[in-house]
Design a protein around this ligand. Structure first.
Ligand code: ZN
Ligand code: ZN
Ligand code: ZN
Length: 465
C-alpha cells in the first residue's frame, strides 16, 4: 500500500471521552480471530482502494482495501464472540474488562515489501489480514508522539461487518495498473462516482492529486496494443506468453494461449474463441475471469472483491522451471509447484498461497462442482482458478519503448520481482482475458452495496460502455 487511507485517526489524540468500536476480524481457518479497535467518531471510514503494484502482487488481488485501526488488534476473551461498541480509553460503561490484551499474532507470517510497512497473512489459510505502518525515522525533527507508534490497518474482507464501519472512498495508484484495473468495474458507490487518483490522494503536492478518467489507458499501452494487432495479423501466435508473479518472486508463472479449437467448443465455458476483426486486426482466443464474493474466497484473501482467472491447468507453466509439462498442485505430486502453502478449505478443495509473501495464487478442487470437467484418472484439476492480481502489468510495455519507464512499470513500489519476456501490458490484460459480468455468490458479500456496484460496472464494461 503506497498511500495512506483517509481519514487517518490518530490513536494518540483521543481523549477519555472518545468511544472505541471493536469489530471482529478473522481469517478463513479462524486461527486468527481478534477484535479491531476503531475510534467511533471516525466511523464510517471512507478509505482508498489501492491499486499499486505492491498491493496487487502481495495480495494476488486487483486492489487492496483496508480500514484504519486505532491500534493493534485485541484478543477476544472467552466470554465474548461478537463485535462490540464500548466506551474507549475512559473505561467504564458496558466494558467490563479493566485492560485489553493484545491479540496473539504468532499464526501470522510477516512480509516486508518495504521497510516502512509490514504485511501480515495467515500462516495456515493465507488470508491477508493486517498492515502495520512503522513510525517514520526522522532524526532531524522532534519525533512527535503521533509518529512514535505504528499505524495498524485491517483488510476489510476479514471484518465481520463493514456497514457503518468502512466503505471504498477512492481509487488510488491507478497509474500502476496501466488500464484502470478494477476501477473499470467498480465505478460508483450508492450512485456516486468514486474518485480516481493516478497516485495517492492528497499526498505530496501538485500532480500527485491528478485524477484519471474512466477508460483511461497508459499511452504506451495503447501504442503497444496497436503494434501487436498489426504484427499478429490473422494468425495465432503460439509463442505468446502471459507472465504472472507474486511480489517476492518465489512464484513465477506463465500462461500459454488457449487452443482455438478448444475455445470454440460450447462446453468450455471458460474459453473465448479468437475472432477476426476488420482490416488486419485480430482478437486471439482468451480465458475468462470474474469476481467471487463467497465467504471462503473473501476470508482466504482478506479481499472484498476476490478476482480469479478461470483456465485449464494445461495452460499454466512454472516460469522458473525448464519442464515442458504444466504445473501440478496435488499434494502427492512429485512435481508440485514449489513455494506454495496449501490449505484445504473444504473436502478435496484447495487454496494455494506464496509461503513467503502471502500472495493468493490458486483455488482448485477435485470435488464435483459446477461445470468444470474432472479427470478421474488424475489427482490434478483440469480447470483451476488463478489469482488475477498476479498478472505482470508492466510486461510488454518496456519492450521497444523509448525508455521513458518511470520506474514503476516493473514491480512498482520497492521494485518487486519484475518480470521478463513478453506479455500483454495492463492489469486487465485484454489480449488474454475476457472479464465476465457474472458475479459469483454475490448474496454472500459482506459489503453488498459494493458488490452490487462491481456487478453493475462489469455489465456496462461487457457492453463496451
Ligand atoms: Zn487462517
Ligand atoms: Zn468464492
Ligand atoms: Zn511470493
Amino acid at each position: 500500500m503506497s498511500s495512506s487511507p483517509n481519514p487517518t485517526p490518530n490513536p494518540n489524540t483521543q481523549t477519555d471521552s472518545d468511544h472505541v468500536t471493536y469489530i471482529k476480524a478473522s481469517c478463513l481457518c479462524t486461527s486468527n480471530t481478534f477484535l479491531i479497535p476503531f475510534i467511533t467518531s471516525t466511523l464510517p471510514q471512507s478509505t482508498a482502494l489501492c491499486h499499486c503494484s505492491s498491493c496487487r502482487h502481495t495480495s494476488g488481488q486487483l486492489a487492496v482495501h483496508c480500514a484504519v485501526a486505532a491500534g493493534a488488534p485485541v484478543a477476544i476473551s472467552e466470554s465474548e464472540g461478537a463485535s462490540v461498541e464500548i466506551p474507549g480509553s475512559g473505561g467504564g460503561g458496558s466494558d467490563t474488562r479493566s485492560t485489553y490484551v493484545p491479540a496473539d499474532l504468532s499464526n501470522l507470517s510477516k512480509y516486508n515489501a518495504t521497510p516502512a510497512m509490514t504485511r501480515y497473512f495467515c500462516k495456515t489459510c493465507g488470508a491477508y489480514m493486517l498492515y502495520e505502518r512503522h513510525p517514520a525515522p526522522d532524526p532531524d525533527s522532534d519525533v512527535s508522539i503521533s509518529q512514535s507508534q505504528s499505524q495498524w490497518m485491517v483488510s476489510t474482507g476479514c471484518l465481520e461487518r463493514t456497514e457503518g464501519i468502512v466503505k471504498v472512498g477512492s481509487h488510488t495508484f491507478l497509474a500502476d495498473t496501466k488500464d484502470g484495473g478494477l476501477s473499470e468495474f467498480y465505478r460508483t458507490l450508492n450512485g456516486v462516482a468514486i474518485p480516481r487518483y493516478a497516485y495517492a490522494q492528497g499526498e505530496g503536492t501538485g500532480s500527485s492529486d491528478a485524477t484519471l478518467p474512466l477508460h483511461w489507458k497508459d499511452p504506451r499501452l495503447v501504442r503497444k496494443q496497436q503494434c501487436q494487432q498489426l504484427e499478429k495479423g490473422g494468425s495465432e501466435n503460439h509463442e505468446d506468453r502471459l507472465h504472472l508473479h507474486c511480489h517476492c518472486g518465489n512464484v513465477k508463472l506463465y500462461l500459454t494461449r488457449p487452443d482455438q479449437e478448444e475455445a470454440k467448443k460450447e462446453e468450455n465455458l471458460w474459453l473465448v474463441p479468437g475472432e477476426q476483426l476488420e482490416g488486419r486486426k485480430h482478437k486471439p482466443a482468451r480465458f475468462i475471469a470474474g469476481h467471487c464474493f463467497c465467504a471462503s474466497c473473501r476470508l482466504s484473501t482478506g479481499s472484498l472483491v476476490p478476482s480469479f482467472i478461470i483456465l485449464p491447468r494445461a495452460n499454466v507453466f512454472n516460469a522458473q522451471s525448464t519442464a515442458s509439462q504444466p504445473i501440478t498442485l496435488s499434494p502427492t505430486s512429485p512435481t508440485r509447484l514449489h513455494n506454495l502453502t496449501q490449505y484445504t478449505s473444504s473436502p478435496l478443495t484447495y487454496r494455494e498461497f506464496c509461503a513467503t509473501c502471502g500472495a493468493t495464487v490458486f483455488y482448485w478442487t477435485k470435488a464435483a462442482k459446477g461445470p468444470f470437467p474432472r479427470d478421474p484418472g488424475s489427482e490434478e484439476a483440469v480447470v483451476v482458478d488463478l489469482a488475477a492480481g498476479l498478472v505482470d502489468e508492466g510486461d510488454g510495455l518496456t519492450l521497444g519503448d523509448s525508455g521513458e519507464d518511470d520506474g514503476r512499470v516493473m514491480g512498482g513500489e520497492g521494485g518487486g520481482a519484475g518480470g521478463e519476456g513478453r506479455g500483454a501490458g495492463g492489469v486487465l490484460c485484454e489480449r488474454w482475458i475476457v472479464w465476465h459480468d457474472l458475479m459469483m455468490n454475490i448474496g454472500e458479500a459482506v459489503d453488498k452495496e459494493g458488490a452490487r456496484s462491481v456487478g453493475e460496472g462489469a455489465s456496462l464494461a461487457v457492453r463496451g460502455q
